[in-house]
Design a binder for this molecule. Structure first.
Ligand SMILES: C[S@@+](CC[C@H](N)C(=O)[O-])C[C@H]1O[C@@H](n2cnc3c(N)ncnc32)[C@H](O)[C@@H]1O
Length: 317
């Protein structure tokens, strides 16, 4: 078992650490006091029913308490939850109908495809934040060998889960060396081996959506520093429904009702913190500001253009 290198930091953006127990009654009263418009067409009783169902499921309780997701519950939404039965209506809907969940599941497949396309023997690849690190641990590496996969996260629980998983999967023992580091991805001081260019590829899903623009700049600068010349960043972002001119971005199609319901559940009932939505142009500008080569920046969209993947390369020396 590889040791976990603890570097420190205190900026956990996605969820609380030992959050207080959720006060259901207080939240019920808050929902009862809200204007009808806060429910986007859902009745107040339906919203209260969703709140109760969320409170009675483990996923829902985590969301209500933390207003975000850690590695374990992200993995549950993308993969593990699909194997569960006898879930209540709200959790079943979240797993099978919520457009953002469907989009991130599709995005997971896009990450796998891009990783496979760019993978070469001898590469050093990092997942930041890694969560359970399904993106690298589940990757079909073909006959590539001499690979190093590094998981970086600020949550020790997520790192432990990832390590447990990589210790238990078989078939890649001779091809991949895993290591884990407890680091704050945003730290300008300690992060990234003091600016050392270490990685051929960095994957990053599910952190920038919690961050304001100045922190995303910091994050992308850290990615840039940590990549070797010619190295590749594969990341994702959540888009807005429409751009600043009112031109639609999302391919709403026949899921208008599910989008409204998702907004009520995520924004009004839970109050999630992953609400930093960005356009393609804003994301491209952020990557260019960090130093990534404009002509290499490429967008890969999920079906509804909700959770795109973006790929950017650091210039060769
Ligand atoms: C939504 S999860 C995404 C995990 C993983 N990338 C995935 O797609 O499954 C967000 C992750 O960000 C981590 N995180 C939050 N703030 C962080 C920070 N400042 N530095 C490093 N990791 C952080 C959390 O611990 C959590 O594992």
């Amino acid at each position: 078992m590889m040791p976990i290198d603890v570097i420190g930091g205190d900026h956990l953006a996605s969820h609380g650490e030992g959050a207080d127990e959720f006060d259901l009654e207080k939240r019920q009263e808050e929902l009862k006091a809200m204007a009808d418009s806060a429910f986007y067409g859902m009745t107040r009783d339906e919203a209260l029913n969703h709140l109760e169902e969320l409170h009675s499921s483990q996923l829902g309780r985590f969301l209500l308490e933390n207003r975000g997701l850690n590695g374990q519950w992200t993995a549950y939404l993308i993969k593990d939850g699909l194997e569960k039965s006898s879930l209540n209506f709200t959790e079943t809907w979240l797993l099978n109908r919520a457009p953002a969940v469907l989009a991130t599941r599709e995005r997971f497949g896009i990450f796998q495809k891009q990783l496979k396309k760019h993978l070469k023997a001898g590469m050093s690849i990092a997942s930041v934040p890694c969560g359970r690190m399904d993106d690298l641990i589940d990757l079909d590496i073909g006959d590539a060998s001499d690979l190093t996969f590094t998981g970086i996260d600020l949550d020790q629980g997520s790192l432990d889960l990832a390590r447990e998983k990589s210790d238990s999967v078989s078939g890649k023992e001779n091809a991949v060396t895993y290591s884990y580091e407890n680091r704050d991805a945003l730290s300008p001081d300690v992060g990234w081996g003091l600016g050392e260019a270490r990685f051929d590829i960095i994957t990053s899903n599910g952190l920038n959506i919690y961050l304001k623009d100045t922190d995303v700049d910091l994050l992308y600068q850290n990615f840039y520093k940590a990549l070797k010349p010619g190295g590749l960043l594969i990341t994702s972002f959540l888009t807005q429904k429409e751009d600043k001119n009112g031109t639609p971005i999302w391919e709403v199609g026949d899921v208008q009702d599910n989008l409204k319901k998702q907004r009520t559940i995520f924004a009004t009932i839970i109050g999630v913190q992953w609400q930093n939505l960005r356009t393609e142009e804003e994301t491209e500008d952020q990557l260019k500001r960090a130093g990534f080569e404009a002509k290499t920046i490429e967008f890969k969209y999920d079906k509804r253009k909700i959770f795109p993947t973006v790929i950017a390369r650091k210039p060769e020396l």
